[in-house]
Structures are given as structure tokens and as C-alpha cells.
Design a protein around this ligand. Structure first.
Ligand code: PLP
Length: 466
């Protein structure tokens, strides 16, 4: 209940009209316009009013302070919530940090498509309506060995579309060891249910044999599905038939073999010390009829889902009504096409950021880390270099890592340092391990290094002292 003194103070609260006439408000009016400024002033006055009534606020702030708080509210409202951050976690495809940063060519292509009209669905030769499926698809057969391809919004959509268009109302056989949940709640059994196909599980969690699949085939079977173990590893007494064996079995029964490859790796990861995983071309080579994968994991492009494989199956996917609901936008198609040209030119390792990071040698990373260390020490901050591991992340290559060199800071309160670094103009995201704050140079983009070093000096000085 408001008491008398808060009632008296409420009467001291200026009205919106009075604040509007103050000179400081003129700046707000010119920057933000009348509607937003009024809303900000009303919001500020309302929060002071309720603060007074609840006893949270004991006196009416002077008018300049009220206008300042309206300004803060406006700035907060108009600052985009999606912002660049510095990824010093060493996780290359970090789903929470937006997965793959794009190559310069991909960024330029997106900018060009954004600025102007384009032939998105226009056939320039015929001068009539064309198909958006014509874009970004010309290189995919060349790069994967498939006959045909299509691009949708993301790989979850690609898998859903493939199962809906080809298997609705019929059965799909999958190994129990592959009933996976990928981050963000993408669960193969749920996607299957959504597609209207019936899941037929075969084998056991650790072992599934070819005969398990062949026993499950009947006249209701629409396809065999293989889902890549993208974010976990089954070790020990395990076995699964190869893609080639499954393709042979499927084809004997005139069934398609569908492969959710996931990562979109077009290149072999083993030369970098990572576990080998089947690439998209490996899937096609082994006889898979359709392969589904993401555009923004190891492909290193924009968010997209890609289907490659038999032309008749791709056509059925394109013609299904769901294709319209999951179609890729023009910015994605432009960025994806530019990313694919790097592979066609055989320059992915030097032009696609995700692959540049994978290919960085320990010596290169150590040189960067030493440079940061010198900079920190010159500013009176104690740190050391330690051996560590970077990971590919994003549900790719589970259980394998790349050796790296980490900068280790030992603040009294690592959580406080982490919070400070996250509050920088370009937030810095590192990791805390055994009471130390760790930064991995592998995933820090060259153009962000100056910002990172400055932020470290600003924040670590306060937290570590000298
Ligand atoms: C990542 C992944 C998905 C989901 O792909 P999005 O592009 O995130 O929609 C599906 N299947 C597998 C095997 C994956 O690795």
C-alpha cells in the first residue's frame, strides 16, 4: 500500500510534456523520432512511479537523469541482439556461436545478392520464369559425383523432406545405434514420425549386421536410412555394415539407400590427424541414392541443407509441397555457390575459414600464442602457454581433436574474468578449465586479434592485477 510520503513524491514526478520540452530531449527527438522518444519517456516515468509505490525508489530523480534513463532504454532497444563475438573456445564449428564464418568470396556474393534484384527465379535466356533450384546446384554434381542436387534451408529440413517425399506412409529401416539426437533437439525418431514414415529399428545399440537389415525388408519398406554418428562415438565391441554393403542390399530389393551424412565434409579429414569420416563423395561412391548434409558445418558455407543423389529422387523431393516450405533464400544460395567454387578451384584449405582453421599447424598456432603472451606481459599481465586440444564441434568428428597451444590466465575468479570478457564491445568467449581461463588462437579470426588483445589487457588488468 502506498504511504503518504510516496504519494507526495509522486506529485513531484514531471509529466511527459515537461520532459519533452527539456533541451536534452531535443537530441533524442532528432535521433529516434517522436513516437519512440515518447514511449521511452513514458516507460521511464512509469518505472519510477512503480518504484516509488513499492519503495524501491526513495526520491524522484532529477530530470536530466530521467532523460538519461530514457536514452539508455532506447539504445538498448535499438542495439541488434545478434552481434559478432570472438570465438576463442577452439571449437571450430560452434553451433552456439553461429557455426561457420564465411569466406570473403561468399560474403561478397551475399552482399551482391542482397543489394540488387537477381535472376533468382528467372530464366535469362528464355526471358521467363525460371527455377531457384538452378542456383548453387551446378557445382554440386561435379564436387560430389552425384547426378543431381537441391538446396533447402538446413539439413534437418533436407532429411525431413527426403523422408516425407520418398517414404511417407511406408517403412524405413535404421540401425538402433543410429537413433541419434543431434544438438538442438533434432532426433531421428521424431523427424521420422513427422515425415509420416514408420521407423523400423534393427540390430542393437553397439552391433547391427547386414542380415538384421535384410530380415526387416518387406513389401512395406520404402528405404534404408543411415544416420552418421555425428556427435557421439560407439567404441568397443561394435559393428555396422558398410555403406557399400547396405547399398548393395538395398538395390537388390529395388530400395533407395538414404544417408544423413550431416557434416558436409567434401574433403578427407584424416591428413590433419582427425578420425576419417565418410565424406559426401564417399557416400555417393559407395552407392547411396541420396545424401543429406549441412551447408554450415564442415562445408564452411551459410546455413543450408543439401541433398545430392539420383535425379529421379531429387525431382520427387523438389515437387513435394514441403519443398516450398523449406526452400533456401537467395542470400544462402549466393553464399553457398561462392563457397562451392573454392572446392572446385581446389583452394578450400586456404580460402574457407573452417578448413583454414583445421589446417593450421601447431607451430603456426604457437607463434600466434607467443605473440599474444608477449603483448600481455608488456602490459603487466601474467599468463602462460600450455598444450591443449581444439575440436571440430558442430556434431562433426566426435572424439577426435587437434593439438593446439592455449593461453592460460590464472585470475582469482575465472568466472568474473569470463563475464567481463563477454561484456566487451566485441564479446570474447573462452573456456574455463581447472580454475584457469583458456584461449585458443585457432578459432580467432585474424581481423579480430587486435580487439581480442585489447580486451584481454582491459579485463585481465582488473581481474588479475599486476
Ligand atoms: C547437424 C546434423 C543434422 C542437422 O543439420 P542442421 O543443418 O543443423 O539442420 C542432421 N543430421 C546430422 C547427422 C547432423 O550432423
Amino acid at each position: 500500500m502506498p504511504n503518504d510520503s510516496s504519494q507526495i513524491k509522486l506529485r513531484e514526478l514531471p509529466g511527459v510534456d515537461r520532459l519533452l520540452q527539456m533541451p536534452d530531449t531535443a537530441v533524442l527527438l532528432s535521433l529516434y523520432g517522436r513516437t519512440l522518444t515518447l514511449e521511452a519517456l513514458r516507460h521511464t516515468l512509469e518505472s519510477v512511479r512503480s518504484g516509488l509505490l513499492q519503495g524501491r525508489v526513495t526520491a524522484v530523480p532529477p530530470a536530466p537523469l530521467l532523460i538519461q534513463s530514457a536514452t539508455d532504454w532506447l539504445e538498448n532497444l535499438l542495439t541488434p541482439s545478434l552481434r559478432p563475438v570472438i570465438n576463442a573456445t577452439g571449437v571450430i564449428v560452434h553451433t552456439n556461436l553461429g557455426r561457420a564464418p564465411l569466406s570473403q568470396a561468399a560474403r561478397q556474393a551475399i552482399d551482391a545478392a542482397a543489394r540488387s534484384y537477381s535472376n533468382l527465379e528467372y530464366d535469362l535466356v528464355a526471358g521467363e520464369r525460371g527455377s531457384r533450384h538452378a542456383h548453387a546446384t551446378q557445382l554440386l554434381p561435379h564436387l560430389t559425383g552425384a547426378d543431381s542436387s537441391m538446396v533447402v534451408n538446413n539439413n534437418a529440413a533436407a532429411v525431413l523432406l527426403m523422408l516425407t517425399a520418398l517414404c511417407h506412409g511406408r517403412q524405413v529401416i535404421i540401425s538402433r545405434g543410429q537413433l541419434v539426437e543431434i544438438g538442438g533437439g533434432f532426433r531421428i525418431p521424431d523427424v521420422m514420425a513427422q515425415s509420416g514414415a514408420t521407423l523400423v529399428e534393427v540390430g542393437t545399440t553397439n552391433r547391427t549386421h547386414l542380415r538384421d537389415y535384410s530380415r526387416a525388408i518387406n513389401e512395406q519398406t520404402a528405404a534404408i536410412l543411415v544416420a552418421h554418428h555425428s556427435n557421439y562415438k560407439i567404441v568397443g565391441f561394435t559393428s555396422e555394415p558398410s555403406l557399400a554393403e547396405l547399398a548393395e542390399l538395398a538395390h537388390t530389393h529395388h530400395l533407395p539407400l538414404l544417408f544423413d551424412q550431416g557434416s558436409g565434409a567434401l574433403l578427407d579429414t584424416s591428413p590433419f590427424g582427425l578420425d576419417p569420416e565418410p565424406t559426401v563423395p564417399d557416400g555417393i561412391q559407395a552407392g547411396c541414392d541420396l545424401v543429406a548434409f549441412s551447408g554450415d558445418k564442415l562445408l564452411g558455407g551459410p546455413q543450408a541443407g543439401i541433398l545430392v543423389g539420383r535425379a529421379d529422387l531429387i525431382a520427387r523431393c523438389q515437387q513435394h509441397p514441403l519443398a516450398r516450405a523449406v526452400r533456401a533464400d537467395k542470400l544462402c544460395l549466393a553464399g553457398l555457390a561462392a563457397t562451392l567454387t573454392h572446392y572446385a578451384r581446389d583452394e578450400a584449405l586456404t580460402a574457407v575459414p573452417v578448413w583454414q582453421m583445421i589446417a593450421m599447424s601447431l607451430a603456426e598456432i604457437t607463434a600466434v600464442a607467443e605473440n599474444w603472451l608477449t603483448h600481455l606481459q608488456a602490459n603487466g599481465i601474467t599468463a602462460e602457454l600450455i598444450n591443449g586440444e581444439s575440436t571440430v564441434g558442430g556434431g562433426s568428428l566426435p572424439g577426435t581433436s587437434l593439438p593446439t597451444c592455449l593461453i592460460a590466465l590464472s585470475p582469482t575468479n575465472p568466472d568474473a574474468l569470463a563475464a567481463r570478457l563477454r561484456a566487451e564491445a566485441i564479446p570474447v568467449i573462452g573456456r574455463i578449465q581447472d580454475g584457469r581461463y583458456l584461449l585458443d588462437p585457432r578459432t580467432v579470426l585474424p581481423e579480430q586479434v587486435d580487439n581480442l588483445r585489447q580486451s584481454l589487457v582491459n579485463c585481465a588488468k582488473e581481474e588479475i592485477g599486476d
